[in-house]
Write a protein that binds this ligand. Structure first.
Ligand code: 4NP
Length: 152
């Protein structure tokens, strides 16, 4: 079974959204995948996802049940097959702590969907539109990830 980790800064907005979206899509596609998310900082450790992320996500049918923020740990680089960063800053932080032998596992999530924006923008300090945009970008990249894992 493939193992996928989504990573953002705080693990309360973008990567929990990616986890929720991809869990639902993978289940619907009949794909058996282990899915988790984490943050590059520990500020929100133990917290449930941001209430705004959950409110917007739940409207589209996604579940955030059992999600609590955690920081990326060294063993993640060995354990997971694919590690997806939400933005370039997350990517830099991940690569800085990832052993050379596992660096090939780490990439920007939106490169999968070929999105020219490349990054899932941080919605934390913004309004509703930012949370909707996160969902759109994550849904597109998740569709591409399903296709990739199915053909693997
Ligand atoms: P996330 O959003 O990285 O998508 O979870 C943020 C969450 C917390 C903070 C920044 C972004 N923060 O500064 O605490």
């Amino acid at each position: 079974m493939k193992k996928v980790l989504f990573v953002c800064l705080g693990n309360i907005c973008r990567s929990p959204t990616a986890e929720a979206v991809f869990k639902k899509m993978a289940k619907e596609a009949g794909l058996k995948v282990e899915i988790d998310s984490a943050g590059t900082i520990a500020t929100h450790t133990g917290e449930a996802p941001d209430s705004r992320s959950m409110e917007h996500g739940k409207k589209r049918g996604y579940s955030f049940h059992g999600q609590f923020s955690r920081k990326v740990k060294q063993s993640d680089f060995q354990y997971f097959d694919h590690i997806f960063a939400m933005d370039k800053s997350n990517l830099r932080d991940l690569l800085a702590q990832c052993p050379q032998e596992f660096q090939h596992k780490v990439q920007l999530f939106l490169t999968l969907s070929g999105d020219p924006e490349q990054e899932v923008p941080d919605p934390y300090y913004g309004g509703d539109a930012g949370f909707e945009r996160v969902l759109e970008l994550v849904e597109n990249a998740s569709t591409a990830l399903i296709t990739q894992l199915k053909s693997a």
